[in-house]
Design a binder for this molecule. Structure first.
Ligand code: NAP
Length: 266
């Protein structure tokens, strides 16, 4: 799986933005970005429709991630949700299909449906999102080590996943996919620690926030932007190597949790 992808939350919500968003995704593919993250929830299918238009004729170039609602996590619900997503994206398969957050449907049902979709080649891998350790341990035993990823809220200002979830995933070689890696362009990007490191690297604060995540083992980032210049800026973070001085300064300003903490969620 590529370690850098484009997020699409808030895309597909306004019809008058459709062509612009299609063009943005095509520009991202032209830059060499190979992973797109979406969900049936984004624009209630609208983001998947934008993606369907943008990737027409280019499906083989990329790794497509989508997610289904917990209220669609039943045996038939997952299969039907996946088929709707495939129709909207006008493609035969999703590379990685995730349960968006934990719900009330027994996970044995959900994973049975995911296996069926895999057997039918409608999905290549499956995984979860927003799962804390107790949620992960509720997954049927045989599937715990087969997860394609756990997609979680993770950035320098929100390191809750490091309390116990990262280690569990790392021990099983399950990628941690960091969502809201820029903390949704919050004050994180104006923090003196980040701007100081950014100046030393002649980089932007967003690039440092992403480079720090990419330095964490087994971590994938999926920043979202609808501006090609920013997408290129974010993608260029892959070339930044943080040194021990940078990492130490960022650790002081944004310490890892040292006591039990709930996994954050957006
Ligand atoms: P994010 O990627 O941390 O931040 C996106 C915001 O940052 C947008 O407002 C964007 O504005 C701005 N931005 C992007 N690049 C920038 C840069 N270089 N400098 C300054 N501002 C920049 O937040 P996110 O969209 O919440 O998370 C990313 C993706 O993760 C989502 O799109 C979605 O695919 C996924 N996600 C998953 C979950 C889940 O529950 N599984 C939850 C949240 C998000 P412009 O667009 O105007 O550039």
């Amino acid at each position: 799986m590529p370690v850098f992808g484009l997020g699409t939350w808030r895309m597909g919500e306004h019809r008058d933005q459709f062509q612009h968003e299609v063009d943005v995704i095509r520009a991202a593919l032209d830059m060499g970005i190979k992973l797109i993250d979406t969900a049936e929830m984004y624009g209630e299918g609208g983001a998947e429709e934008v993606i369907g238009e943008a990737i027409r004729g280019r499906r083989d170039e990329l790794f497509l991630v989508s997610k289904f609602y917990p209220h669609n996590a039943s045996r038939n619900g997952v299969v039907e949700a996946c088929e709707r997503s495939l129709r909207r994206m006008d493609c035969d398969a999703i590379d990685l299909y995730l349960l968006h957050w934990p719900g009330s449907v027994p996970l044995s049902q959900t994973f049975e449906a995911l296996h069926q979709l895999q057997d039918q080649s409608k999905i290549r891998e499956f995984g979860v999102s927003n799962f804390n350790l107790s949620n992960l341990l509720d997954i049927p035993d045989a599937d715990q080590s087969n997860l394609g990823c756990n997609q979680v809220f993770y950035n320098l200002a929100h390191r809750e996943v490091e309390w116990e979830v990262s280690a569990w995933c790392c021990e099983r070689s399950i990628p941690v996919m960091a969502y809201s890696p820029l903390d949704q362009a919050s004050s994180l990007l104006r923090s003196p620690a980040i701007t100081g490191v950014a100046e030393r690297h002649s980089a932007s604060p967003a690039q440092i926030a992403l480079a720090w995540l990419l330095h964490q083992p087994g971590t994938v980032v999926i920043p979202k932007s609808v501006r090609p210049a920013r997408i290129q800026e974010n993608f260029d973070a892959l070339a930044i190597e943080l040194d021990s001085e940078d990492l130490a300064e960022l650790d002081v300003a944004f310490p890892a949790p040292d006591s039990p903490v709930r996994l954050g969620m957006r």
